[in-house]
Design a protein. Structure first.
Length: 271
């Protein structure tokens, strides 16, 4: 599927000036005694496509969940667009942020999950319009027009009045992508978006994401085991192991000439 004019109209095009859009400073996250992220420092520039690779359990998905504030850091801070995500300044001190502040910063972030996470009691159209109307305050008619254009982009116009249970896994994931883009986020998070799909459906979803990556300036942070996809869309690849970034570089560098023994070991197992 190729991108069309609706793609460029309906997805954001933040200024790509190399400015820092996401910043993790000394972030630690524990689940019980398990340290999932260990004093993590990294940043993502606006408009860039960054892919996180590494073994299961290395902390990659936790990064996305932190950005969506589904979990909060035990130590350290996260900034999005120069604003603290789960902290705020109050009387000169940095304190845990209130829910209003978190919602305001988080609305610039969209996420596509492994398991689609569509609302089962809502038809496709309302799945896409619900957040723009309730969170952004978009008029219903404008939200529906945006949704129809996005459904055309993802090739699902004829399924607009169906419930998620009436769609295939691949179709549900396309709806989930359209739903994330309907918020016009600055950042799109992709969490193993093909892992729950039957193999024959994977290529279509990845092709759609390639179109988004190539046709817009949206910043993408992607966790995937699809190494060819990572090679195709990434400006930067980060190799994770035990909650730390152990190597970072261009796709050409990481996939063709990795420096770290653990990176070489991981890639030899998955390529």
């Amino acid at each position: 599927m190729s991108a069309d004019s609706s793609l460029s109209k309906e997805t954001p095009n933040p200024a790509v000036d190399g400015s820092e859009l996401i910043r993790f400073d000394n972030v630690t996250k524990r689940f019980g005694s398990n340290v999932v992220l260990d004093k993590l420092d990294f940043s993502v520039a606006s408009g860039k496509h960054v892919t996180l690779i590494g073994p299961s359990g290395s902390g990659k998905t936790t990064i996305l969940r932190l950005l969506m504030t589904l979990v909060k850091p035990d130590e350290g801070t996260i900034k999005v667009g120069g604003q603290y995500l789960t902290h705020e300044k109050r009387n000169g001190d940095l304190v845990p942020a209130g829910e209003k502040h978190i919602r305001e910063v988080r609305k610039n972030i969209g996420m596509v999950f492994q398991q689609f996470n569509l609302f089962p009691n809502m038809k496709v159209l309302r799945n896409i319009t619900e957040a723009p109307v309730t969170v952004l305050g978009l008029p219903k008619e404008e939200a529906e027009q945006r949704a129809r254009e996005l459904l055309e982009m993802v090739g699902l116009t004829e399924h607009i009045d169906k419930y998620p249970s009436q769609l295939s896994g691949g179709q549900q994931q396309r709806v989930a992508i359209a739903r994330a883009l309907a918020m016009r986020p600055q950042v799109l998070l992709l969490d193993e978006v093909t892992s729950a799909l039957d193999p024959e459906l994977v290529a279509g979803v990845l092709d759609l994401l390639r179109d988004i990556a190539r046709s817009t300036d949206i910043t993408m942070l992607c966790v995937t085991h699809e190494m060819n996809f990572a090679r195709d869309i990434s400006d930067q690849v980060l190799m994770f192991d035990s909650g730390r970034v152990i190597e970072t570089g261009t796709p050409e560098k990481i996939f063709n000439d990795p420096e770290n023994d653990r990176t070489r070991e991981f890639l030899s197992a998955v390529l």
